[in-house]
Design a protein. Structure first.
Length: 457
């Protein structure tokens, strides 16, 4: 394509390192869409004839059909998807096809193609997150009043409801969707028309092309248009944050499925066995979701490292923007599908979860709160009294506060007259946590109803 300047061809290794067709062939639909819009704009501005436009559009239709049926040919000599499409178009449409590249460069072409691709990828990810949220709502509704231990430092802290815990996962995903939405809004500006870096001398109509490709507007600066990859970094950042959340969820499933916990059982669909230990049921799907997050975080780091030292405008380094974007998209799709499947099929052992929730003096804070409300103690004093009561129970070998008497509490409170004891059951504890956003079943059901309404809209 630059034969007028060069006498010889590239070395074999140069050809291989220079070619991006093995991975950027994924942009073929976006490349054809961009070329269609560009051809229509050129014709509307009188830069190419209507006959040339018709020949170009007919040729692009044929290429689309060929690629759909037979895949994309990989000729390293053509370097990328743009020249692959152009070469085939010239074979079909002849001289008209040679006019298509008027007033554009591969620099603005690839930037446009990748923005279109990422925009579509965001829509797919958003739908997959919504599917997972829907699965979580179904399970949370089933277990709005199922009691489980709430943890801090992985130590039993206070009783919560399983529905409340699952809705915490839902909220993490809600924020993820908002991040992708923000990314989609910011990336929806069109680079096409910036040409190589400085714009073009042809009297083009960039608003025409932007409208045809559903961009909000053309990018304001031609240098920025061809050199910006903020949108790809932001996409990877949102994907990495989502992967981080999925990894945390997966980690909890791994822990809950272990024998010391035995909170959940995974279905056969989402478990594997051992080659040597017949009894094993391994949570490999959850472990792979957890493991894939590391690769996705690496994709973000890779592109940020590539971009950090590049001057304006385009540099060939930027050819490496696509592999991490594509890899992260593929991996997050697998992770979301696997997590949705696991959540939908998890079998929860309610009795076991309640048993552990009652362990470790988990209602101690309820006792301290009761001392504040009923006896007027400052909370720090109530905290001290409750701590002394817990110590007394521990010395007796108790594992919860069910055996604590009013006499015990009076003794721990240094003479405070305690005539009756509060309800220190785990059921009383969760029902009492009725503040906004709390774990009480009533509040959980309200949160689920609001979330269903939000999800449906």
């Amino acid at each position: 394509m630059w034969g007028g300047r060069f006498d010889g061809g590239p070395a074999a290794v140069m050809q291989e390192i220079n070619a991006s067709i093995p991975f950027d062939k994924r942009l073929w639909r976006q490349d054809i869409a961009g070329s269609r819009a560009h051809a229509n704009m050129l014709a509307s501005c009188g830069i190419i004839s209507e006959e040339d436009k018709t020949a170009i559009q007919s040729g692009l239709d044929q290429i689309e059909s060929e690629f759909e049926k037979g895949g994309i040919p990989e000729d390293l000599a053509l370097e990328d998807i743009h020249m692959t499409v152009e070469k085939r178009l010239v074979e079909i449409a002849g001289e008209a096809a040679r006019r298509l590249h008027t007033a554009r460069s591969r620099n603005d072409q690839v930037a446009t193609d990748l923005r279109l691709w990422v925009r579509g990828a965001i829509a797919e990810i958003d739908a997959a997150i919504a599917d997972l949220q829907s699965a979580l709502l179904t399970r949370a509704e089933e277990h709005a009043d199922s009691i489980m231990p709430g943890f801090t430092h992985l130590q039993v802290a206070q009783p919560v409801t399983l529905g409340h815990h699952l809705m915490a996962w839902f909220e993490m995903l809600r924020r993820d969707r908002s991040r992708f939405s923000d990314c989609a809004a910011r990336l929806n500006e069109m680079p096409l028309g910036a040409a190589a870096l400085a714009g073009t001398g042809f009297a083009i109509d960039r608003n025409h092309t932007a409208h045809a490709l559903d961009f909000d507007r053309p990018m304001a600066n031609s240098l920025d248009a061809v050199s910006d990859r903020d949108f790809a970094i932001e996409f990877l950042s949102a994907t990495a944050q989502l992967a981080l959340h999925l990894s945390r969820m997966a980690e909890e499933i791994v822990i809950w499925a272990s024998q010391p916990y035995s909170f959940v059982s995974l279905s056969d669909e989402w478990s594997t066995g051992s080659s040597i230990m017949p009894q094993k049921r391994n949570p490999d799907a959850a472990e792979l979701v957890r493991g894939h997050s590391g690769r996705i975080l690496g994709c973000l780091q890779a592109l940020m490292t590539t971009m950090k030292g590049l001057p304006l405008a385009y540099s060939k380094d930027m050819q490496n923007d696509k592999p991490p974007v594509f890899e992260a998209f593929d991996l997050i799709g697998l992770c979301l599908a696997a997590m949705s499947g696991m959540v939908a099929s998890l079998s929860f052992d309610r009795a076991r979860m309640r048993e552990v929730a009652a362990d470790g003096f988990s209602t101690a804070t309820d006792l301290a709160d009761w001392l504040v409300r009923e006896h007027g103690l400052p909370f720090r004093d109530a905290h001290h009294v409750t701590g002394a009561a817990v110590k007394l129970c521990e010395e007796r070998g108790d594992r919860d506060l069910s055996g604590l008497t009013a006499e015990d509490l009076s003794s721990a409170a240094s003479g405070l007259a305690i005539a009756e004891m509060p309800d220190l059951s785990v059921e009383g504890s969760v029902n009492g946590r009725s503040s906004a956003g709390g774990t009480a079943p009533l509040r959980v059901k309200e949160a689920i109803a609001a979330a269903r309404k939000d999800l449906s809209s």
